[in-house]
Design a binder for this molecule. Structure first.
Ligand code: FAD
Length: 410
């Protein structure tokens, strides 16, 4: 049996440590924070969206194709059912929402219950847990790691599993520095990149903070008249600095890429209303309700707080009656009702992403064992890998599955 050190006490590291110890290895788990699972505790707004319902094939379909190919073996070996069965054994009951997201039964601190279950699992399996212990360097060169440097100490083992997470929410312990060490050792890595983050806008609308846009899709194009680059159907919520909400998070990575390439433009477009239908409705309303004010009319399509400022910005008096619409006024109203220009994004913050894209290049890793190619005693798992799924429990599932694979040492 081997002496194994796991670095990082998050979803992937806890799983890897438990699995390796369950197989009889002598495992030490090193965690920089004073307690385990800090990011797990804030996941899903403290409720922890543990995983997503569906077959492994369904889950894999949510990831970009290269990531899905990489995850296939690990997910089949330890899927969502296996995670939930393990938690159930420790008393964590779960339920599935209509949208497929799986959560522990609602009660305050349900994410903490998931962490507590994992703490019990690792301690019962005999893992030595050292919290408040940040690894500061990795010693060795391919094909072997020779040791890890901690403050004032060096630690050696037969095998090393790195589960140090991504680089977002650095206050949760994930500073992303381990990627730099691996790069220095010749491992192919992809730089950290923001993902699943709110999008700040060049011209934000702080007065609209909290207002939601619903029933449409957020579109990203290369400039106001440029070609469509990406779109995501879902709600958007205005924040002080820009936009958040499901559609904004999902499009944030593409928006930042487009911004860096020089041209990015965001629009929220209605999926329920097409210009021709809205125009026909408007013409009919002009006949049947000629005295209706444009500000009241547009509120059928836009939140109340947005109506007046948008009409004014478009050069139209909100008190204007439908019968008095000037030439071109119909087009202005139809455009506002069917698509709201949000304009150019500003830098999407890496630190505020629910995940960080980038990480260890998947081609450098054996997808069945998470062993780094060219190394005899080094494995990586979790968000440290170049894996970033959408919102919905996919990222934790990827961390659990790859952690399990990494801990499955012979
Ligand atoms: C606000 C928020 C909400 C989220 N909600 C969800 C959700 O509901 N569902 C979902 O699927 N995903 C969610 N995610 C994403 C998910 O939490 C992560 O993808 C997942 O936790 C990654 O697991 P990990 O074990 O790889 O990394 P982490 O959980 O981040 O764990 C890595 C650990 O390594 C430690 N560490 C780092 N460097 C060192 C070092 N040098 N020495 C020692 N220790 C070190 C860190 O302190 C950290 O505890 C959310 C993320 C955020 C930020």
């Amino acid at each position: 049996m081997a002496k194994v050190v796991v670095v990082g006490g998050g979803a992937a590291g806890l799983m890897a440590a438990w699995r390796a110890a369950s197989l009889g290895h002598t495992v030490t788990l090193l965690e920089a924070n004073g307690r385990l699972g800090v990011k797990l505790r804030i996941s899903g707004g403290g409720k922890c969206n543990i995983t997503h319902a569906g077959s492994p094939k369904d889950l894999l379909a949510a990831f970009p194709r290269d990531q899905a190919r990489f995850l296939r073996s690990a997910l089949h070996a330890f899927d969502n059912g296996a995670v939930l069965a393990l938690l159930k054994r420790e008393g964590v009951e779960t339920y599935t929402r209509d949208n497929g997201r799986v959560f522990p039964w609602d009660r305050p601190g349900s994410a903490a219950a998931v962490v507590a279950a994992f703490e019990t699992l690792v301690r019962r399996a005999g893992v030595v847990v050292r919290t408040g212990t940040r690894v500061t360097a990795l010693r060795g060169c391919a094909p072997r790691v020779e040791g890890l440097v901690l403050a004032g100490e060096q630690i050696t083992a037969d095998g090393y599993i790195l589960a140090t997470g991504g680089a977002s929410y650095p206050e949760t312990g994930t500073r992303g520095e381990v990627l730099g060490w691996l790069k220095g050792l010749g491992v192919t890595v992809r730089p950290w990149f923001p993902a699943l983050a709110p999008i700040p806008l060049q011209h934000p609308h702080p007065a609209w903070e909290g207002v939601s846009l619903r029933g449409g899709e957020l579109r990203l194009s290369a400039g106001p008249e440029g070609r469509r680059l990406a779109a995501f159907a879902g709600d958007v919520i205005f924040t002080k600095a820009g936009i958040s909400g499901p559609a904004a998070l999902e499009l944030s990575q593409a928006a930042e890429r487009a911004r860096r390439e020089g041209s990015a433009w965001l629009t929220y477009a209605s999926l329920l209303e097409v210009p021709a239908t809205v125009d026909a409705t408007l013409q009919s309303d002009q006949r049947t309700s000629p005295r209706l004010q444009v500000s009241s009319w547009i509120q059928r399509y836009l939140p109340e707080r947005l109506a007046e400022p948008l009409l004014l910005a478009a050069g139209m008096d909100p008190g204007l009656q439908l019968k008095d619409l000037p030439k071109g006024g119909r087009k202005t109203l139809v455009t506002l009702a069917t698509g709201l220009p949000l304009g150019e994004p500003r830098i999407v913050p890496l630190a505020r992403g629910e995940v960080a894209a980038g990480g260890v290049d998947l081609a450098a890793v054996d997808c069945a064992t998470m062993a780094l190619r060219g190394w005899e005693n080094l494995r990586v798992c979790g968000e440290l890998l170049d894996v970033d799924g959408p919102v919905g429990g996919y990222n934790l599932q990827a961390a659990f599955s790859t952690g399990y694979a990494a801990g499955s040492l012979m």
